[in-house]
Design a protein around this ligand. Structure first.
Ligand SMILES: Nc1nc2c(c(=O)[nH]1)N[C@H]1C(S)=C(S)[C@@H](COP(=O)(O)OP(=O)(O)OC[C@H]3O[C@@H](n4cnc5c(=O)[nH]c(N)nc54)[C@H](O)[C@@H]3O)O[C@H]1N2
Ligand SMILES: Nc1nc2c(c(=O)[nH]1)N[C@H]1C(S)=C(S)[C@@H](COP(=O)(O)OP(=O)(O)OC[C@H]3O[C@@H](n4cnc5c(=O)[nH]c(N)nc54)[C@H](O)[C@@H]3O)O[C@H]1N2
Ligand SMILES: [Mo]
Length: 765
């Protein structure tokens, strides 16, 4: 029997859990490790994970605790990420000769991911039914010919996913700009783009301003739109420490997520016995899309507190010396309507007043957030409204206070720092040109949504991906898949098999790369790469495991070898030297990117080094006004359609984005399947369904030109769940066909994956 085949009809649903981690987490980590790697490799791998001389976890971007790393500085889901990469299973040329592309297209993402590590470069020629092996040089020539044959460099699109190291990202963007385009969509466009846009407007830099010691020293931490128990489990240890030091935690979430309510640290005695530590002191069960209303209401109540006690509540010194736009913001807040706030948030006035009082009494406040805020039409405005609250009380640029966008992929922030962005500023491009004697294009390139439009419309014909799973991660799956199929060539640099290998252009290539855990030996010796975590700490990562096959190449080598083929060996960029010794890349980065002086020396210090952050370090705000900007935003929220629901798409406890580790969402009580829709019991009654019924999800969307469109995702089992009335939840990527390509966040162009209006259509049992 095929161990990775399953039937959605066999899904089992039990009561959701109220606590996260604990002993089951340890058991699951070890079991997944041993299944994939065997006992010896599991022990070797987990003992090097997140250690100073080891490798950075390929899971999330949460930082290691500086100074005192624990022996086991990882979590259940980090262990799963490592087991998934370091697996001994392989996908070889024999595998591809047995399985046609058509056969593989019929498999689930889970099945594909469980087949193992890719071992050889493979090609799919036009009209061929199977991938066949190709040697590296031939693959590079094929890509170079296709790129040289384009009418314009802008007909090529180069995607990046956030696991790519700093060194690989730097040489990749260099090759792309030397080729002549800024078409660099990345996973960040679908992720924290709204945070970057908002923070750049508000404080002049698109990154978070806090460190682990700040969190541990805060007295009030708001965690909004984030599920750390699953997606950043090590954050729970930090929150636990903060609470031990006296902090209060407020969770703002439509769902009572297990880790937010209770946490059992598996590394401590109390995590083994007992019911764990409650993390959230206050749980605000907000309606989807209601956060902006909450933040504006809190701003208003802070102003009213100041009215009652003039001079005692606002940080007047900070507002006068460091901020712009206060008067307009205050005037706007005076006009907001609390009935609208109550409707938008689903919270009571008491809950909101109590939260405002906590903000007024706090001396050190931090706001953390993730996808619940960013993937909304009004995500950018919502985040600037969160920052407004901090500005009112001078909570930026002092210890224990600030903004904390919690990043996703382990190096997504570093990739941006290295220039993976379709609109890098002139200062960066000028420095790059001066260092390498190239002429970077100045016109902005395509982001993810625009890249899909360009391929759909035939304006882009070559698609190259540095990691990731573009076909499955992006919105509007049928549209995106058709767009990829229109390309002349699609190239995937990957570690594992995924859907993007099967939804391909006329010709397709799979280039298998080393991962984080793998030993990387180049002519210049054993190499290490660097990454930047969610708190701007740059540090080394050194893989140590024997690679799955001698044919794998590092991402750096793949880019440099392709670039040498594309530009010839006489090119002004020393591609061969870069590929041989990554220190030489870091020396170039040190000259091009501010904050990286003496990169090679400083990154070899224990714990690496922290990049500059003007608001955090100097209370300097490099915005259009030269000050931190209060944003005045019209209030947006998401009403529930009369005969439907608002759907958010999220991650189970057993997946990493499109990589499905297993079929159990332990904390939400789901076992053995993924096509479930979490709905409030009231809505089951309102819409005339029963628990366990099977439905199709239909998303209804009026396009900007006024015509109505319908999208469908079939066969979901209804699960009664404590989500707010009118709000539903289901897993990504199964629900991506429901996300309209044009339904994007204002200004950041991020697909709205957290607020999709849907209807339920019953299926015969
Ligand atoms: N194990 C594991 N770790 C991961 C990942 C993974 O897939 N697996 N993915 C990585 C990546 S790339 C990212 S970006 C992060 C994602 O980390 P998260 O943002 O935590 O991921 P999601 O599962 O999308 O969860 C979104 C949360 O926001 C809540 N939410 C939804 N809508 C709203 C809203 O309108 N308001 C509020 N306040 N809350 C809302 C949901 O209930 C849910 O708790 O995790 C990273 N880490
Ligand atoms: N509906 C909906 N859609 C979403 C989201 C959502 O919440 N809801 N979240 C969005 C977010 S936040 C993100 S970040 C994107 C994620 O989008 P992506 O980053 O594109 O997707 P992943 O699933 O993380 O990519 C997994 C693949 O990366 C490859 N890979 C893994 N490690 C390496 C490596 O070291 N090197 C190379 N070259 N390849 C590697 C493997 O082949 C694996 O199959 O999805 C977005 N899409
Ligand atoms: Mo992400």
């Amino acid at each position: 029997m095929d161990p990775f085949a399953y039937d959605e009809n066999d899904v089992v649903v039990t009561r959701e859990k109220t606590h996260a981690a604990g002993v089951p987490a340890v058991v699951v980590s070890l079991r997944r490790g041993i299944e994939q790697m065997g006992a010896v490799r599991t022990a070797r791998t987990l003992s090097a994970l997140n250690q100073r001389d080891g490798f950075d976890c390929p899971g999330c971007a949460w930082p290691e605790t500086p100074g005192h790393r624990k022996y086991a500085e990882f979590c259940e889901n980090g262990a799963k990420a490592v087991a998934d990469e370091a697996t001994r299973r392989t996908v070889t040329p024999e595998f591809f000769s047995t399985h046609s592309v058509r056969d593989l297209l019929g498999r689930t993402d889970y099945w594909l991911g469980q087949q193992g590590r890719l071992t050889h470069p493979m090609v799919l020629y036009p009209d061929a039914s199977h991938y066949t092996p190709i040697d590296w040089d031939q693959a590079y020539r094929l890509i170079a010919e296709e790129l040289h044959g384009l009418d314009s460099p802008h007909e090529a699109v180069f995607y990046t996913s956030g696991r790519t190291s700093n060194e690989a990202a730097f040489v990749y963007q260099l090759m792309i700009r030397a080729f002549g385009t800024n078409n660099m969509p990345d996973c960040s466009n679908m992720c924290h783009e709204s945070s970057g846009t908002a923070l750049t407007d508000s404080i002049g830099i698109g990154k978070g301003s806090v460190s682990i010691p700040d969190l541990e020293g805060a007295d009030l931490i708001i965690v909004a739109g984030q599920n750390p128990g699953t997606n950043h489990p090590r954050m729970l240890s930090t929150l636990e420490q903060a609470k031990a030091n006296g902090a209060k935690v407020i969770a703002v979430n439509p769902l009572p997520e297990a880790g937010l309510l209770r946490f059992k640290d598996p590394q401590k005695a109390h995590g083994v016995v007992g019911s764990g530590i409650p993390i959230a002191d206050t749980f605000l069960q907000i309606r989807i899309g209601g956060d902006q209303a909450l933040f504006q209401a809190l701003g208003r109540l802070i102003l009213e507190a100041e009215d009652r006690e003039p001079g005692r509540v606002l940080d007047h010194e900070f507002i006068e010396n460091h901020c712009a736009g206060f008067d307009e913001y205050a005037e706007h807040l005076r006009k907001i309507d609390f009935d609208t706030v109550i409707a938008a948030t689903g919270l009571t006035m008491d809950q909101i007043s109590d939260t405002a009082a906590q903000l007024v009494n706090s001396r050190r406040t931090i706001i953390c957030w993730a996808m619940g805020l960013t993937q909304q039409t009004h995500g950018v405005a919502t985040i600037t409204d969160a920052v407004n609250l901090l500005l009112l009380r001078g909570m930026i640029g002092k210890p224990g206070a600030g903004v904390c966008p919690v990043r996703g992929h382990s190096n997504v922030q570093g990739d941006r720092t290295m220039g993976i962005w379709e609109k890098m500023p002139e200062s960066f491009l000028a420095a790059l040109d001066a260092e390498f004697g190239i002429a970077s294009p100045r016109e902005h390139g395509y982001d993810t949504v625009d890249a899909i439009r360009a391929m759909r419309d035939g304006r882009a014909r070559v698609f190259i991906a540095m990691g990731g799973n573009f076909a499955a991660a992006t919105p509007d799956s049928p549209t995106t898949e058709a767009a990829l199929r229109r390309c002349a060539l699609t190239v995937q640099v990957s570690t594992k098999l995924n859907r993007s290998h099967l939804v391909h252009g006329r010709t397709a290539l799979i280039l298998p790369s080393l991962g984080r855990t793998d030993r990387d030996v180049r002519p210049g010796g054993k190499q290490a790469v660097t990454v930047e975590d969610s708190m701007s700490v740059v540090h080394l990562s050194r893989g140590s495991l024997r690679p799955a096959s001698p044919h794998l190449r590092s991402e750096v080598a793949i880019v440099c070898e392709l670039a040498a083929t594309l530009f010839g060996h006489e090119h002004s960029v020393p591609w061969a030297r870069f590929a041989s010794d990554y220190d030489t890349i870091r020396d170039a980065i040190a000259r091009v990117i501010p904050g990286f002086a003496e990169f090679n020396t400083r990154v070899r210090q224990p714990d690496g080094f922290v990049l500059p952050h003007p608001p955090r370090d100097l209370r300097r705000f490099e915005t259009d006004t030269g000050k931190a900007n209060f944003a005045t935003n019209p209030l947006h929220w998401v009403p529930v359609p009369a005969d439907g629901l608002i759907l958010q798409t999220l991650r189970s406890h057993d997946q990493y984005n499109t990589t499905i580790y297993g079929l159990d969402d332990r904390y939400r009580g789901v076992k053995g399947g993924r096509r479930v829709l979490f709905v409030n019991r009231e809505d089951l009654v309102r819409l005339g369904f029963g628990e366990g019924d099977r439905v199709d999800l239909v998303s209804e969307w009026t396009a900007p030109d006024g015509h109505a469109e319908q999208r469908i995702a079939e066969n979901f089992r209804l699960v009664a769940y404590p989500t707010p009335p009118g709000n539903a939840a289901a897993y990504y990527p199964e629900t991506n066909p429901l996300v309209p390509l044009d339904h994007v966040a204002e200004r950041s162009n991020t697909p709205v994956s957290k607020a999709i209006p849907i209807k339920l259509v019953g299926r015969a049992r």
